[in-house]
Design a binder for this molecule. Structure first.
Ligand SMILES: Nc1ncnc2c1ncn2[C@@H]1O[C@H](COP(=O)(O)OP(=O)(O)O)[C@@H](O)[C@H]1O
Ligand SMILES: [Mg+2]
Length: 257
C-alpha cells in the first residue's frame, strides 16, 4: 500500500499542496481529478521523487519512499509525466528498453528476462508493430502508447500517469485506460492517474481524489466524489449528475446556463 501522510509542498514561497493524506492500494486505479493548477502534477512529481516535499511522509509497504536512493525508487515507482517527449531519434524498441534501466546489471546489457518484459510491454500497449519506427515520427496516440510501454517495462508495483489521455481521440483514450485498468487488476499494480475528463475518470477509476487549490476536497468512490455541489465548488460550473445508462456510474452532464 502506498501511503501519503500530511504531505505539504512548496515552490519557493508558494504553497502547492497542503496537508494531503491519501492511500493507494495494490490492484486499484485511483483517479486524480481537479482544476488546472490544483497540484495534480506536483503530487505526481513528489511521489516520483522529482520534488522534495516541505513536510509529510510517503511510504510503500512501510518503506520510506523519500529516504530511498533514486535507483531504489525507480524499481518501485514508474511514471508517465505530463506532456513528456520520447527521444525522437530512438526507435520504439529502444525507447521501451529505457524502462529496464533501473534493473540492469553494471554492464548495462539486456538479459533474456529484460527482453521479454520489453516485448510484453509493447504487446499489451499495442505498440509492437511500431518496434522499428523512430519515436519522432509517431502520432500523439502512438507516442502515448510507447510512453506507457516504457513505464510498464520498468515493471514497478506503483504506476503514476499524468494525463495520459490528453490530446488523444476517443479510441486511444479508451485503449490506454483499458490496459491500465486490466493490468492493475491482473498484476496488482497500484495506479494513480490524473485525468481531466470526469466521465472517463468515473468509468475507469474505482476511487477518485478531488484536488482543489492543493487540498484534497474529497476522496471516495465516483458516486461519493462526483456530486453537483463538489463540482460547483471545484470548477465553478453547474452540472447534473445522472446515472450512466450503460454502467450506472455517475455521469456528469453540463447544465445549460
Ligand atoms: N516549477 C514550478 N515552479 C513554480 N510554481 C509551479 C511550478 N510547477 C507548477 N507550479 C504551480 O503550482 C501549482 C500547481 O501546478 P500543477 O501541479 O502543475 O497543477 P495541475 O497539474 O493540477 O494542473 C500551479 O499554481 C502552478 O502554477
Ligand atoms: Mg498537471
Amino acid at each position: 500500500m502506498l501511503s501519503i501522510q500530511n504531505l505539504s509542498l512548496t515552490y519557493g514561497s508558494s504553497q502547492v499542496l497542503t496537508d494531503l493524506s491519501l492511500e493507494l492500494r495494490p490492484g486499484e486505479v485511483l483517479g486524480l481529478i481537479g482544476p488546472n493548477g490544483a497540484g495534480k502534477s506536483s503530487l505526481i512529481r513528489a511521489l516520483s521523487g522529482v520534488l522534495a516535499p516541505h513536510s509529510g511522509h510517503i511510504s510503500f509497504n512501510r518503506q520510506d519512499l523519500l529516504a530511498m536512493s533514486e535507483a531504489q525508487r525507480a524499481r518501485l515507482v514508474s511514471v508517465v509525466p505530463q506532456s513528456t517527449q520520447l527521444p525522437p531519434a530512438f526507435t520504439v524498441y529502444e525507447c521501451v528498453a529505457l524502462g529496464r534501466t533501473p534493473h540492469l546489471n553494471w554492464l548495462g546489457t539486456l538479459s533474456t528476462a529484460d527482453k521479454s518484459k520489453i516485448d510484453w510491454a509493447m504487446q499489451v500497449t499495442e505498440s509492437a508493430a511500431l518496434k522499428n519506427r523512430r519515436a519522432g515520427e509517431l502520432s500523439g496516440g502512438e507516442q502515448q502508447s510507447v510512453l506507457l510501454a516504457r513505464a510498464l517495462a520498468q515493471d514497478c508495483p506503483i504506476l503514476l500517469l499524468d494525463e495520459p489521455t490528453a490530446h488523444l481521440d476517443l479510441h486511444h483514450q479508451v485503449a490506454i485506460l483499458n490496459v491500465v485498468r486490466s493490468l492493475a487488476r491482473e498484476r496488482e499494480l497500484a495506479v494513480l492517474v490524473a485525468l481531466h475528463d470526469l466521465n472517463l475518470a468515473s468509468l475507469f477509476a474505482e476511487r477518485l481524489a478531488l484536488l482543489v487549490n492543493g487540498r484534497l476536497q474529497a476522496q471516495g468512490t465516483p458516486q461519493e466524489v462526483l456530486t453537483q455541489d463538489a463540482l460547483l465548488r471545484a470548477y465553478a460550473v453547474s452540472t447534473r449528475i445522472l446515472p450512466n445508462p450503460e454502467t450506472g456510474q455517475p455521469w456528469v452532464v453540463l447544465q445549460d446556463k
